[in-house]
Design a protein around this ligand. Sequence first.
Ligand code: OOB
Length: 550
Amino acid sequence: MQGHPYQQEVRAVTSTAPADHRDGFVPFPADLAERYRREGYWAGRPLGELLRDAARQWPARPALLSDQPAATTYAELDHAADRMAHGFLALGVHPGDRVVLQLPNTPEFLPLLFGLLRAGIIPVLTLPAHRRAEIEHLTRLSNAVAYVIADRLGDFDYRTLAAEVRAHVPDLRHVLVLGDPGPFTDLNSIPADGDSLPEVDASDIALMLVSGGTTGLPKLIARTHDDYVYNATASAEVCELGPEDVYLATLPVAHNFPLACPGVLGTVATGGSMAFVTDPSPESAFAAIERHRVTVTAVVPPLAQLWCAAVEWEDADLSSLRLLQVGGAKLAEVNAREVAPALGVRLQQVFGMAEGLLNYTRAEDSDDLVCTTQGRPLAPADEVRVVDEQGRDVADGEEGELLTRGPYTLRGYYRAPEHNARAFTPDGFYRSGDLVRRLPSGHLIVSGRIKDVINRGGENISCDELEEHLLAYPGVRHAAAVGLPDPGLGEKVGVVLVTEGELPSLPDIKAFLTDRGLATYKLPDMLRQADSLPVTAVGKIDKKALAARH
Ligand code: OOB
């Protein structure tokens, strides 16, 4: 067991000593850490320094754009972050403590995030759509001492949620509210001046992301300063971000994609400006794009489709937009082909995960590569294996599970030793659960999830493949295939469609799929129509909820 990555974790979890923030953290092994430093992936800089450097280089440049007439400059943002850092320390929150953040997309997220990072306090980044089950679980798992919320978003009151969480998690000492604090503390009452901030070690945990995992309760992914600085800056380079860019946070900014791929952190690293929308609908997002002359943003596929359709009825000026990143779930080729002509932008496919590995299509890739693949790995040091069920590498072009290891991919979930024993190979590759095919160029085509298959009388049907065919049917906006329990077959094939006009008949759909060469056993047994499909916290189609509904 010597040097086994889970060893430290097991010891830590069974320890009776007070919980230290590194208990349950699985570090990179020393030899690889040394290599990533030597090869320049890890710069030894704390994440909070990205903003320090930007403020030095571009003090008067606009950082945060909002409805206020004047933007917040980099110098002002830098100062606000320092005051936030001192405020938390003065409150008695210590370096290494965890603080759960749950804010809608608002410019205030940035000084708060950087303030915590600079104080060495670890933000746990939850999404606005999380509710009691998730927040309580994540608060306990991280032993958080504080929870930061907005007063409300739409008709949801986060103060009610906070009261419930606090009643169940006694270790949670502070609830800080952006807006009307009600019975809690006003976040804007805590910023303070101070002299010096703690030293932050770049190999330490910077922040925690929530896994997008589809089974069980969410897990925590501890990202180090070193790995996340690389994640954001290398992504900014691939996207050719510069000081003239304006990034719009359309997806919830606590998610890895809009946060650091390259997202707001990549924008800070390159001196651009940031704008925020809480509502990603075409009406609201297009208005923000026009108003702030947005150049780059990131969306999930259902939103990309909606935006492409919406140019028909929304007459906002989108001419500033140069790059639309689409990722988070498979973008079907038919939909990918629409993006550039409909929106007048370059499309970039992004296949990423909070766990680490990021794949991007590049500016120099052909249209075919951009529309039919989900990109290739960000770092030359990203190790990608595509393996069969026995764990043997398959040839290029063959389908298999993607395993990965690299300078910004986790070595274990936080405080999850049992799960880690299954989710990682003994030599530290993360088993993504994603089925992919690799082209000789290194580009990956995602063909499904290991578990997103329907087993119809022993025949396996990939939901992804079936959905891709269904989306090619005229008038089909969204398609989801789900396994439905069947006494004879075990499972049968259910299909839910969101259509523009009338629902096609089941025989029509079967004939269409047969024409496209699909095997008979993959044809749907049942067809339903829906006005919309349920989505996860970040806007991906939620298969679990869908299966429960039908
Ligand atoms: C992103 O991160 P997560 O952690 O919410 O979800 C990761 C999972 C992947 O394992 C894969 O199953 C799926 O989402 N996924 C895609 C995809 N991008 C993510 N499946 C097919 N095609 C794609 N382009 O979703 C995420 C993180 C950073 C950047 C972009 C997305």
